[in-house]
Design a protein around this ligand. Sequence first.
Ligand SMILES: NC(=O)c1ccc[n+]([C@@H]2O[C@H](COP(=O)([O-])OP(=O)(O)OC[C@H]3O[C@@H](n4cnc5c(N)ncnc54)[C@H](O)[C@@H]3O)[C@@H](O)[C@H]2O)c1
Length: 139
Amino acid sequence: MQSDASMFPPDGARKILVTGGAGYIASHACKLLAANGMLPVTFDNLVRGHGHAVKWGPLVLGDLEDRLKLDEAIKEYRPEAIIHFAAYTYVGESVSDPAKYYKNNIVGTLALLDAMQRTSINIIVFSSSAAIYYRASTS
Ligand SMILES: NC(=O)c1ccc[n+]([C@@H]2O[C@H](COP(=O)([O-])OP(=O)(O)OC[C@H]3O[C@@H](n4cnc5c(N)ncnc54)[C@H](O)[C@@H]3O)[C@@H](O)[C@H]2O)c1
């Protein structure tokens, strides 16, 4: 699945590649980017996200570890920066199956950084753990 950037005016808008753009937080980030005149290009494998949440820019269906697809997306859209939201986020699952989280969140992020190096994209915003908002009990 891949949609066409020409469906999303304005032409010449600044492009931002949003990994995980079909997910909860990133789809809102895409809305905000579009509201500020930018074109959010979503890169997502839809393992957890929803295609219908990608409304403000094109969707490139791909996995972070698919080197070819990632390079193609960056070369086609030439984003000036990447906002990285593509990750697994469930605390319980990360404890019961840490290898799944290590592979997707750490190896996936390293694959993204490698792609940035190959394509000379130098700006990344990394959306860190949702769990940082948890308030530990003091008792
Ligand atoms: N939900 C929150 O309150 C919150 C707050 C702060 C930060 N975050 C962080 O933001 C990120 C996204 O969280 P979320 O709650 O929106 O999760 P989410 O599951 O709704 O979104 C994650 C998106 O990433 C995609 N994805 C996952 N692995 C991928 C891969 N290997 N390749 C391509 N796409 C992949 C999924 O399909 C999904 O669309 C996480 O890093 C999370 O820790 C979340």
